[in-house]
Design a protein. Sequence first.
Length: 661
Amino acid sequence: MIPEIGHLALWFALAFAILASWIPLWGAYKQDLLSLSFAKPFALAQFFFVAVAFICLTWAFERNDFTVAYVANHSNTLLPSRYKFSAVWGGHEGSILLWCLILTGWSAAVAVNSRHLPIDLIARVLSVLGMINVGFLLFILLTSNPFDRLLPNFPLEGRDLNPLLQDFGLIVHPPILYMGYVGFSVAFAFAVAGLLSGNLDATWARWLRPWTLAAWSFLTLGIALGSWWAYYELGWGGWWFWDPVENASFMPWLAGTALLHSLSATEKRGVFKAWTLLLAVSAFSLSLLGTFLVRSGVLTSVHAFANDPERGLFILIFLMIVIGGSLTLFALRAHKISSSAQYEAVSRESGILFNNVLLVALTLVVLVGTLFPLVADVMEWGKFSIGAPYFNTIFVPVGLVLLTIIGVGPVLRWKKDKPYRLLQTLRVPAAVSVLIGLSIPFVLNKTHPLALVSSVIAAWVIVTTLIEMKRQITHGRHWVAGFAKLPLSLQGMAWAHMGVAVTVLGITFTSLYSEERTVRVVPGDELTLAGYHIQYHLTQSVAGPNFWAEQAHLTVRRQDETVSQLYPERRFYYSQQNPMTEAAIDAGLMRDIYVALGEPLATEGDDLPRAVRVQYKPMVRWIWLGGLMMAIGGGLCIADKRYRAKRYVQRPKVTGASLSS
């Protein structure tokens, strides 16, 4: 009965989404207050009914209701409760339900936090979000129903959740990543609403910016969590593989980063309106493209959810409608997008423009590298594989140029700046950056040319950011106290820019100086890696809640001092006998020691020899520390009082049942 309630709730949500798609939009067109007033209740109703459906599916997992096909395929009576909860989105149907929950949640958040926005604008925004909700609710009801039954012949035991997904990472990574993915729908809706109304002034940009910041912050944190999860769970010690599905989340992040910078110029100076609109459309369209890649079966990936051409065709058609419809609207309304503001070649506007051009170029590079092998296969041009060499060859030089611009951007003045003043301002930071940047690799005894260049440019970003913050502090105020008094938007920008520099340092040193050894060991053997002595003691059997494991014991020493005891495992789940590697990691700020246990190299005898892979990963934690700093920076910007004030424009006056123009 509970699953049927969940299924019915999805149909109610679809009904309200259809109503929300047209009635408020008609009210905005006709200036009818009654129709406009339905926008917010409809948005809240959609969220309520999708939440009911989500709770019903969660109940089915907790009660081991194997009459529900999705539960039978992704759960088991032995599965720990925390993984039963995350198993709700551990497969295709449940992950789409989570997507719908977050999508309607964003719509409800816009409805609740829009008291001071013009009623006709918010009606248009919620109508566009309603249309997107219609698309995804139809998708889940027609192709991906999580409440399908297996009656009367249902199994007494479930197949269990994929062992790779029985991890804390599944609990936190997909919801946070989806918050970012889906959050760009709000930016898309504001862009379309702006095109419909023709009102694309600085006030409109200020309304849009906090929602974009929220989506970008969640996506940043979600990507960082995904990288961290892949690093410790997959047993290969890699933090990024240029996998097509990894690229699918990276592309909207690049477009969203460009959108944030374009919005700042639109808000402050009224320029780049066309850029802002196209980037808002692109960020959400790339999120939909990622959904298509993951769920269509066009690629094989450890991240992919489904292999169903019917589902892929549905999303592809929906993607074409979203992109085609929004670009057609842009073309029809382009004549109304104009800016009278002027700026010189040396100005902050020019810096933002150059920054955006590079970010869009990198997005296209990732798009081509991701899609070309698929297109070549469809066109029968042969099998192509585009991997890390292609991406790194382009990203390294362009990324270093981007970092240089990040250091210069905050120092530039709006509208017009003097080259001489700029050189005078940046002369000392440049010298300090070179000194610090060159010192880092020498102190670490890692003097690869790329490490030197990356360290100098990362130091450049951090030094110029801090100097600009110091310049903003009131004269005579203590540094720490003054920084705390700065507007949160400036503090957030500083955190985000420095986070990029920290991530780049982590990527550089991890990529250049990681060491790895795979060796055959028996109890008592010792190997040396990067100055660490790692001794293998024994392997024993241990039992888990739904698996048994071969667990090794190793001691890590440095200069006769014990650093850590590590216990890597090979797990064998009762429902699926394929072995899973559970690495053991001695984590530190400056390095990780990563150990993965391999197969036994003999079948008989005592003290069987084993294969053990040991890796030394310098500064790998800096990658995720930088991502966390960027997300914190976005959060600080959202908290700025400018985005909470009762500001912008007066509510339109209403007479009778119509909205005055």
